[in-house]
Structures are given as structure tokens and as C-alpha cells.
Design a binder for this molecule. Sequence first.
Ligand code: NI
Length: 254
Amino acid sequence: MLFDTHAHYDAQQFDPDREATLAGLPERGVSLVVNPGCDIPSSEAAVELAGRFPFLYAAVGFHPENCADYEPAQLEAIQALAKKPKVVAIGEIGLDYYWEENPPREHQQRVFRDQLALADELDLPVIVHDRDAHADSLEAVRQFPRVRGVFHCFSGSAEMARELVKLGWMLSFTGVLTYRNARRAVEAAGAVPIERLMIETDSPYMAPVPHRGVRNDSGYVRYVCEKLAEIKGIPYDECARITLENGKRFFCIA
Ligand code: NI
């Protein structure tokens, strides 16, 4: 069985068939999913979905692309949501310098640090989104040495991967690992022990080969597992088992 550690079932792409898609996951080999929030409404939706599907867990937080209107007072709402049943992390939080229309970098950094401080206070792990912001993301997490987390859809170098592992962090990889131009991600995955790796889909985005370009869902996490097993030179079943155990340990899921 597989653990998809990052999927957005509150996204509108699932409006036509959300219930059916989620209900069908166990028979497609998926036994656990974490659904991170991107702002307050989507975090609420993640918590609500987690309440209805036994294998689904939630994370709550402000995504860097969705934090334009953030004010520190809103942290209270995230804090209250973080205490709901089946909320296992603060996320997804981080920095995204890729899109020019994103909120200003200083604002993103403030929102990121406020949420790292909240995770520290609540003793919860964090799910970090870092796109084209490697140095600043690393610097921010270094400022919170008690906070542990995962860099999701990891896109940094092998050197950065080793550095994060040294700091006690995890990395997770999406379908990007299966893309023809994924040399960097493949190198990073190869550079760190499998005990520090998790797999994810980032559904509805990032569908792996051979489904690249279509709407993604957790059933396709097996392609990520297949590719990671190949990179690590281990059997598929062993890769599935280890990444499942890693995710359960990291998110404290019994
Ligand atoms: Ni995401």
C-alpha cells in the first residue's frame, strides 16, 4: 500500500467527482493521503474532508501564492484549525519566487516565518513549498532549529538535499521524478538515504509519466514509487513499504 503525502482534494478540479475519486483510492493501492491547505477556506475544506475519509489527513496553513491578504491576526484561525482531529502538520507554507504576480518576497518571508513559529509552538511538523527560493527557504528553516519538516516536490540540488537531511528534515518527490528532464530531482533523490524520503502526487497537478498533462490523483503515486525504487535499486514493494513507514513516522500517524 502507498502513502500519497501531498494531494489537494479541496481543489476545484475535483468538484465533478471528488467523493468518487477519494472513495476509490483504497482499491487502487493507496492507504494514506495528506491534504494540505493553501489558505483558511482550503484548510477548512481539508479538515472537513479528513473527517469523512478514514485514510485522509489534513495540514493547515497559508501557501506563498495565496498569502497576499495575510495579516498576523489570521494565524489564530490556523492555530484553531491545527487543533482539529486528524490535522498532522502546518502546510503548505514556504516561498515561491517563480511567478512574478506572487506577493512580494518580504511579505512571503514574514508569512513563512510566522507559520514556522506557530509550528514550533504547537510542536507540529511543516510542509514546505520552495520554488526558485532555495537559499531563502534554507535560511528561514535554519532560524527554527526545533522545527522539523519536509520540502515537498523537492527541486533543489543534491547538495541542498544532503544539507536538509543533516538538519533532520525530509524530502518528498512528485511525478516530476518521472519526467525526461528531471535529472536534478533524480540526483537529489539518489543523494540521500531512503529513510528520509516520501512520495506524493501534488494532485491535481504534476501527473507522472505516462499520464503527464492530465488531472493527477493519488492512484498515480505508484509511478513515483516505481521511479524511486529504480533510482534506489530496490524492489517496488520495499520502496512502497519504506516510504509508507517514513510518512507515518513523520506525520505521527499510528
Ligand atoms: Ni501542494
